[in-house]
Design a protein around this ligand. Sequence first.
Ligand code: F6R
Length: 243
Amino acid sequence: FENSTAASKAIALEIAALIKDKQSKNQNCVLGLATGSSPKGLYAELVKLHKEEGLSFKNVIAFNLDEYYPMEPDSINSYVRFMKELLFDQVDILPENYNIPDGTLAKDAISDYCNQYEAKIEALGGIDLQILGIGGNGHIGFNESGSLQNSKTRLVALDHITRVAAAGDFSGLSNTPRTAITLGVKKIMEAKKVILMAWGEGKSNIIKTSVEGTVTSQVPASFLQQHDNATFVLDQASASKLT
Ligand code: F6R
């Protein structure tokens, strides 16, 4: 796409069409959602479609990819807060229908919780559409370099590069969380459709590596080469190094 605004609009229309198609069949629409800067324009477009065109989210069940750990839901940097402010509180999704990994759990409760998070997705028939951003190291969710293709939802250590990218939000590296809970690569790969979005020149190298490079756990986004229905939605700058 010419720019991220046009790209975000197109993705929003695709999501709206999916939600409406599911509505017409009386089915739920299971969306996998991301945070970070990349989907902000998309969420603004979805809110606009809700407010101006009556798009309803009553049949949407959402699962977010990740949350920092530890993290209080009302903290300024929590992904719960991000999602509520940018999307969930602005549309008619039912509060019981959005799921974001819980950053307040005791450490010994995380593993069971992660299994339940996956079981809930499975009980709904899997994710219909998974939205992704991409980290500078090729992470998807917080599946950092080295994450295996069959990795499960789990507590992970964040890479230094990921923490540096987030340090501004936490006013310094020393305040930036070292761990997070992330949906595993396996559930992402099981989604019926995946859309990864990336904007700007800063993402151009990792986009080239992910799309044209070897499939490797060093670059988890490269696993998407093996997904049957994955699309990278790019602006001109992030696509500029593709051959
Ligand atoms: C966020 C997430 C991360 C981001 C990635 C890109 O939920 O899962 O993988 O998508 O770090 O972040 P931005 O969009 O801020 O460049």
